[in-house]
Design a protein. Sequence first.
Length: 160
Amino acid sequence: MNNLKLSKDIKMVISDFDGVFTDGTFILDENLNQQKTVNFVDIMGVSILLKNGIKFGIISGETSNILEYFRVKFGVEEIHKGIRQKGIVLSELMEKYGFKRNEVLYIGDDINDIAAFECVDYKIAPNNANPIVKVIPGMQVTNASGGKGAFREMVDNLIN
């Protein structure tokens, strides 16, 4: 297990979706339907977070209906799709729940996550994240790649 330095004061984890729960690739069929692969190890991480009383949400630039899986399976209220200004949405969530920047963790993989990273003290990127993201001050990088257990690695470090 990676030795991410995470506080027991973290009360909310907000994640990007593509590149964190997926490896960032998709299959496009003849009818232009997309299919993505999600790792069950990472999905189990959501269950572990919630069972430990940590609030969870997703802010994604995509509009995929796959995100509704988390709302249905786990009752996750904070599913935000088609978001271009992730920092604004994350700030609004922090205000809504009364959480300070040292009580929130954000995990993302690309440059469209930078504004969200700026809102929090705990910043995590999967190993295969964009190099620009990996050098943001305060960034911690998982051993695992997105879609290959990075989210679960973060959860295990946070809970244990």
